[in-house]
Ligand binder design. Structure first.
Ligand code: C2E
Ligand code: MG
Ligand code: MG
Length: 728
């Protein structure tokens, strides 16, 4: 070549050029081979992220068949959306800095499953040093990631196994009757070292109540009737108290032989068990008084029935208790005080009973007592008497003394009871009887009561139909001013024209109507009827006449009442001041809701009076803050006028105080001129009662009033016997 170069420099140059080209081509081919056969994917993308070149591995990893299909694709579409943002940022970094860090992302190939890849990218610039392409190098890390994941799981398993070491292990050699207890087993019950190897070390510490079942379970497993031993028991720890454990174990035997080893673990489940027991306790007890609830009571009663049916000498009794007038306490002192009363009563009931008896709170102010294994039937009566005495002791609640009485119904076994419900039903019926007889007593169930209970049920059905069938009527009783002797208004009183039983008075059904909520529609009915009637009288030439309508406690618990009243007033075009609503002291007048209702009524201009004043708990003092117009003194204070000095004094001071507070006073149930005279002397404003007239049907009201008005001005005069007006 040297010679040629000298002799034929052009030829030499050509040859050299050719050789250089060949070398270059070879190098290029070599690189191309390496590039294509590289196990890792290499691809080139432009700055728009379009793939412009790639090697064979890249085609495969992206799930394509040929380079033609792959080139020209948008690279980003193969990146998992959750990884896209991060990958973009790192690639931008490569564009700015020339090379990227390792970027790991999930690749979504065209075909085939998702893979993990690691990408490094380098920047290629053009002649003017402007960024032109990115060359990426992708390594498939899926395998490695899977291995890491597997490692993590096995590590978890390992730590679980470590946790498992919290359990104590034991291994009982049945041939030598020696037990190996692990260190952990010993420390679980508080021993750090010395403990023998006899089964006694274990079984001797198990709670006597749990031991029989544990032994039974061990034997059952040893005899092959259970696949493994499992039992929960309490074990006495060194400090002397018991902790709940669960034992799991398995017997080891050579084929067909009896087992020679029993081995297993003991786990402390005390926390779970106590939480569980708390839940069970809560489900079976009343949260307020901590007494057993209805569910538990019925369960125990069910067991007592079973025992009684198996052994003829085993008998029981159920006492159904209902506090008398508890609602009054609740309504007048508030629910918190009511709760306090219930708690104190629960404690007193417990005091009256033996350990084997059950006292439960069924609901509200209802309690039940189960006297099991009753030997002497007179014992029941003695218990009932003792309960009544205990409850009658004054109860101190929020600075006041409350006096309670209780009605008790008693059902005795031996009447062939089959279910707990039957027994409770009869005790309940007897309790109702005790209530109807005035409360504060106990009554033993007999069959006739059942008939009465059925009757009450019929009454409810009838009452529901009465409204639909227009069987209610309003009667009106005049209210007279003592000063002028004139009738100033009428109290509308509900009557039920029963198709079979004739005219029925509210005392027979109003309580039931309240209990069942029927009082609400009935109450609306009488309000409308009374207002319509008043409008009629106004038109007939008695424009100053007022009407009073009784509103039950139930109606007075709803803000709808003022709206209803307002609508009715507009409907019949009646001045608000001509309508009076009578509410009883059974309503707790101090709750915000009641105060709001009272205020609304006051805004309307409707009058409000307190009915049967003196029979409830409210004092004139509580009334003075409220928007109330008058009080109606209960007939109970009117009857003894002139016969009991003390009563006369009380009555006189009630009238005096009411006047001082700006209330008008109506005396109810005035029947005699003596009563009227006394009331007039004490300055009472109005009277209502048979002395003037009983309640009469609307069409007779005006005539009766005209005829009776003179009765007040006639005084002092002849002592008259009240007229009987048919229909009342
Ligand atoms: P109350 O509102 O205190 O009504 C007075 C009761 O005493 C009426 O009994 C009336 O007939 C009776 N009475 C009036 N003057 C005399 C008398 O001189 N001597 C005697 N012994 N009794 C007299 P009634 O109509 O049987 O009503 C009883 C209770 O039923 C009422 O007591 C009231 O609380 C309730 N009630 C009556 N109508 C309704 C009503 O429409 N709605 C509501 N929620 N309760 C009503
Ligand atoms: Mg009334
Ligand atoms: Mg009254």
């Amino acid at each position: 070549l040297y010679f040629v170069r000298r002799a034929f420099p052009h030829v030499a140059m050509a040859i050299e050029h050719k050789r250089a080209e060949e070398t270059l081509q070879k190098q290029h081919d070599f690189i191309k081979t390496v590039y294509d056969s590289a196990p890792d994917a290499i691809l080139t993308v432009d700055l728009e992220n379009i793939i412009i070149d790639c090697n064979q591995a890249a085609i495969e990893i992206f799930g394509f068949d040929s380079k033609e299909d792959f080139v020209g694709q948008l690279a980003e579409q193969f990146i998992h959306p959750e990884d896209l943002e991060r990958t973009r940022v790192l690639l931008q970094h490569a564009v700015n800095e020339g090379v990227s860090k390792n970027i790991e992302f999930r690749l979504l190939p065209m075909t085939g499953p998702e893979r993990f890849v690691e990408l490094t990218a380098g920047l290629i610039r053009d002649e003017e040093q402007q960024p032109q392409f990115l060359v990426g190098h992708l390594v498939d890390t899926t395998q490695r990631r899977r291995a890491e994941e597997a490692l993590r799981i096995s590590e978890e398993r390992y730590s679980l196994a470590m946790l498992g070491a919290k359990d104590g292990l034991w291994d009982w050699d049945l041939n030598t009757n020696k037990v190996y207890y692990s260190q952990r087993w010993k420390s679980m019950i508080g021993f750090d070292g010395t403990i023998g190897d006899s089964p006694e070390e274990w079984l001797g510490r198990v709670h006597p109540d749990d031991l029989p079942q544990l032994m039974a379970d061990i034997n059952a497993h040893l005899f092959g009737s259970t696949p493994q031993l499992e039992n929960e028991y309490r074990i006495r720890v060194v400090e002397g108290h018991y902790r709940w454990m669960i034992v799991r174990g398995i017997a080891i035997r050579k084929d067909g032989e009896r087992p020679h080893r029993l081995a297993g673990s003991q786990t402390d489940i005390h926390d779970r068990k106590t939480a569980e027991q708390r839940l069970i306790h809560d489900a079976l007890h009343d949260a307020l008084t901590e007494l057993p609830n209805r569910v538990l009571f019925m369960d125990r009663l069910g067991q007592a029935i079973k025992r009684a049916s198996r052994h003829s000498d085993s008998s029981f009794a159920v006492l159904f208790l209902d506090l008398d007038r508890f609602k009054v306490v609740n309504d007048s002192l508030g629910h918190l005080s009511g709760d306090e009363v219930l708690i104190q009563i629960a404690r007193r009931l417990e005091k009256c009973l033996r350990g084997e008896d059950t006292v439960a709170r069924l609901s509200g102010d209802e309690f039940a007592v189960l006297i099991s294994d009753l030997q002497d039937p007179t014992y029941v009566m003695r218990i009932a008497g003792r309960i009544q005495q205990e409850i009658a002791q004054p109860i101190a609640v929020s600075g006041q003394q409350v006096f309670m009485t209780v009605s008790i119904g008693i059902a005795l076994s031996g009447t062939g009871y089959e279910t707990a419900e039957e027994v409770l039903r009869d005790a309940d019926t007897a309790m109702y009887r005790a209530k109807a007889m005035g409360g504060d007593r106990h009554v033993v169930f007999d069959q006739r009561m059942h008939a009465m209970a059925v009757e009450l049920l019929h009454l409810e059905t009838d009452l529901r139909q009465a409204l639909e069938n227009n069987q209610f009527v309003a009667h009106y009783q005049p209210i007279c001013s003592i000063k002028t002797g004139k009738v100033v208004g009428a109290e509308a009183l509900l009557r039920w024209q029963h198709p079979i039983q004739g005219l029925r008075r509210p005392a027979e059904f109003i309580e039931l109507a309240e209990e069942t909520g029927l009082i609400v529609p009935i109450g609306e009915w009488i309000l409308r009827t009374a207002c319509q009637q008043l409008a009629e009288w106004h038109q007939q030439g008695y424009p100053d006449l007022r009407v009073a309508v009784n509103i039950s406690a139930r109606q007075f618990q709803n803000l709808e009442l003022p709206n209803l009243v307002s609508r009715v007033l507009t409907e019949y075009n009646i001045k608000a001041s001509n309508l009076e609503l009578e509410i009883t002291e059974r309503i707790d007048l101090t709750t915000p809701l009641v105060e709001e209702i009272l205020n609304d009524l006051n805004m309307l201009g409707v009058r409000v009076s307190i009915d049967d004043f003196g029979t409830g708990y409210s004092s004139l003092n509580t009334l003075k803050h409220l928007t109330i117009n008058n009080i109606k003194i209960a007939q109970a204070f009117v009857v003894p006028i002139g016969m009991q000095k003390e009563n006369d004094l009380i009555l006189a001071s009630i009238i005096q105080m009411a006047h001082n507070l700006g209330f008008e006073v109506v005396a109810e149930g005035v029947e005699t001129p003596e009563q009227l005279n006394f009331l007039r002397g004490e300055g009472c404003d109005m009277i209502q009662g048979y002395y003037i007239s009983p309640a009469v049907p609307a069409d007779r009201f005006i005539t009766v009033c005209e005829g009776r008005q003179g009765r007040i001005s006639d005084l002092p005069g002849l002592v008259d016997v009240p007229v009987h007006i048919p229909g009342d």
